[in-house]
Design a protein around this ligand. Structure first.
Ligand SMILES: Cc1cc2nc3c(=O)[nH]c(=O)nc-3n(C[C@H](O)[C@H](O)[C@H](O)COP(=O)(O)O)c2cc1C
Length: 242
């Protein structure tokens, strides 16, 4: 074991907690405030300290900035618009793994609805305003204007456990971003469009898309960034076994 790790004292626990608790899904970024490559690499470097079963390290990251980012956004927005115009087109775009359950039950469906309507309510989008909902959903495919778009893949041959490892890596990315004044939004919205995304980023044959992520400086004036999601208190999901 690296003695630096075992001997490290976290001198300022409050800062660690602040980095974790100030992470939220940012949905409006400052488009023109770029993030240097070195910063992105540093975040990914720190994040790669995530544990993984037998140290398999299943993560692979593609970073999109500038023209390549915009070109991908254009392609996926066009596909998203085509589905909106003709829902039958959606059959061309399938997710490689089921992120969400096929059958929704309480309490998850309730939380999902609360989340969706809370966000739309904040944006002044009422039930039935489909064009507005489509436009808001499409913001995903512009990376919410973030200057950095990330696409995360892993080898398809890996097991379900690797997705668990991946989640730890992704959380590390988001927390390390916070430590540098940056914000993020993890995005499964991209997953259905992997047949566009994987060739665009130059992913290999055996890779599957895990999710996308927006990274940048938050727009502090944007109302959407005031959206704060609730959590069940720890005492309600914890049982002391005695
Ligand atoms: C893997 C993953 C995928 C997500 N995909 C999206 C997405 O595509 N678009 C989006 O706006 N939010 C997305 N979210 C954000 C969730 O809606 C959000 O994490 C949840 O509502 C809790 O809010 P918070 O992140 O602000 O704490 C995703 C979150 C995770 C962990």
């Amino acid at each position: 074991m690296n003695p630096l790790q075992v001997a490290t004292v976290v001198a300022d626990p409050a800062s660690v907690d602040a980095a974790i608790t100030s992470r939220f899904s940012c949905r409006a970024f400052l488009r023109d405030r770029d993030v240097p490559r070195e910063t992105v690499l540093e975040i990914l470097e720190v994040a790669s300290r995530a544990p993984s079963g037998t140290n398999t390290q299943p993560w692979r990251a593609y970073v999109l900035q500038g023209a390549t980012r915009d070109a991908l956004a254009d392609k996926v927005c066009a596909a998203h618009d085509a589905i909106y115009a003709d829902p039958a087109v959606a059959a061309q775009y399938t997710e490689e793994y089921e992120y969400y359950p096929t059958k929704w039950v309480s309490p998850y469906i309730d939380r999902r609805r609360e989340n969706g309507w809370g966000l739309y309510g904040l944006l002044g989008i009422a039930k039935g305003e489909k064009d507005k909902m489509h436009a808001q959903h499409q913001r995903n495919f512009r990376f919410f204007d973030a200057p950095v778009g990330l696409m995360f893949t892993m080898d398809r041959i890996l097991g379900r456990g690797s997705l668990m490892d991946y989640g730890m890596f992704l959380e590390n990315v988001m927390v390390a971003a916070r430590a540098r004044g940056l914000h993020t939004c993890p995005q499964a919205a991209w997953n259905g469009f992997s047949r566009i995304i994987l060739p665009h980023v130059g992913a290999g044959e055996g890779e599957m898309l895990v999710c996308g992520m927006s990274l940048g400086y938050a727009d502090l004036q944007a109302p959407v960034n005031t959206f704060h999601t609730p959590r069940e208190p720890a005492a309600s999901f914890t049982r002391w076994v005695e």
